[in-house]
Design a protein around this ligand. Structure first.
Ligand code: PLP
Length: 377
């Protein structure tokens, strides 16, 4: 392991990642291959090591990213893989898409035309269909109309259409209305695919499964499962149990820099939002919101200190925060766990997210560049 400053760091467990991949394979049907979603620096876990582990150790062949910069970067680590850009690439970069053998998501016919007009070589693509997410993609009232537009794209010079895909917006919900909504999204993309087949166009790929779909509505007809958050061991939605054992891949640690006893009436941190109501032992921890540990956790978050939960007191600062260690063992130099397991207790990114009204995705993506990622083999 490379030396790193023991101040605030994230431990990324590659065995946990490998185990999660095995679990996802079991959740999906044999004919569905995993497309590892590694956008946003592998959801904050570190693109290079995550990609290498997935490609080399887990044999993952398909990767998905959000943009061209990420695609080019993944290409370096995974020279043999298929890389799909889920989002928009400005057409003037078409030559790079071709040069790096990237597959581009096509959001509209207009966009496809712009791409091939500025491109030199053939552009490989999957066509995105908007079946209800309302974000990007071809939008039609019927699968027949949709298939007609895709057919035109298939005939376009300079474009190689290899698949179609769509994205679910509520596959992580078990309410009957939301399940019916996702059913309609799924039916639309499959009917579109089948209509294309009837017209003699058999595309290698049709995919619509995200993490939530892997967990709750596996469908063998999806040739790829675009698994993101579950690979990293977190929940698509914390309120729903996952029908499999996943292990969080990232732990977040820091160090106690200072321990002191305060008296009744003493104030802690900016804004004097916390005043001791008795004699207390307070520890200062070397992490703050500039590390991605949200200020919204002020006076709310808990941290594991020698396996014991200790409450944050007062506001989280940019680089430091204070915790109540009155009932804990704590000394300067001790390592504490902000996300992760100590003994029988675990604090997950999902738990932190629920405290301040967001999702685990945002917590792990938000751990800032200042925090070194340490890879555990
Ligand atoms: C981010 C993303 C995914 C992965 O979503 P998870 O919920 O993390 O599995 C899949 N497909 C598209 C289009 C995405 O943007």
């Amino acid at each position: 392991m490379k030396p790193y400053l023991k101040r605030a760091w994230a431990e990324v467990s590659l065995p946990a990642l490998r185990k999660n991949i095995e679990t996802i394979k079991k959740l999906c049907s044999g004919g569905t291959q995993i497309m590892a979603v590694v956008k946003a620096d592998g959801y904050g876990h570190g693109e290079e090591e995550i990609c290498r582990c997935l490609a080399v150790d887990c044999g993952i062949r398909y990767f998905a990213v959000s943009n061209l910069d990420e695609a080019v970067s993944v290409r370096k680590f995974c020279p043999e893989s298929e890389i799909l850009i889920l989002g928009y690439t400005p057409p003037e970069y078409a030559h790079q898409i071709a040069e790096y053998n990237i597959i581009q998501g096509i959001v509209s016919t207009e966009y496809a035309k712009a791409l091939v007009n500025s491109g030199t070589e053939k552009i490989r693509c999957h066509v995105k269909i908007d079946t209800g997410m309302g974000r990007i993609g071809l939008k039609h009232d019927t699968p027949q109309e949709c298939a007609d537009e895709i057919k035109q794209l298939c005939n376009m010079e300079g474009l190689s259409v290899e698949g179609i895909y769509t994205h679910f917006s509520v596959a992580d919900s078990d309410s009957p209305e939301n399940v019916a909504y996702t059913d309609r999204q799924e039916k639309f993309i499959l009917d579109t695919y089948d209509e294309l087949c009837r017209q003699g166009i058999r595309l290698p790929h049709v995919h619509f499964m995200n993490s939530a779909a892997c967990c709750y509505r596996n469908n063998p007809r999806s040739t790829l499962a675009r698994a993101g958050i579950i690979m990293y061991g977190l929940h698509p939605d914390i309120s729903l149990d996952i029908p499999a054992e996943l292990t969080p891949v990232m732990e977040l640690k820091a160090v106690i820099s200072h321990v002191k006893t305060v008296q009744k009436g003493d104030c802690i941190s900016y804004g004097r939002t916390f005043t001791a109501d008795r004699e207390m032992k307070i520890a200062t921890v070397t992490i703050g919101y500039a590390d991605g540990y949200s200020r919204l956790l002020s006076s709310k978050g808990e941290i594991l200190v020698h396996g014991k939960r200790c409450r944050i007191v007062g506001r989280v600062c940019m680089d430091q925060l204070m915790i109540d260690v009155t009932d804990a063992e704590a000394a300067a130099g001790d390592i504490v766990t902000l996300i992760g397991r100590e003994g029988d207790d675990i604090i997950t990114a999902d738990e932190l997210a629920s405290i301040y009204g967001t999702i685990g995705y945002e917590v792990v993506c938000g751990i800032s560049k200042r925090v070194p990622r340490i890879y555990i083999e």
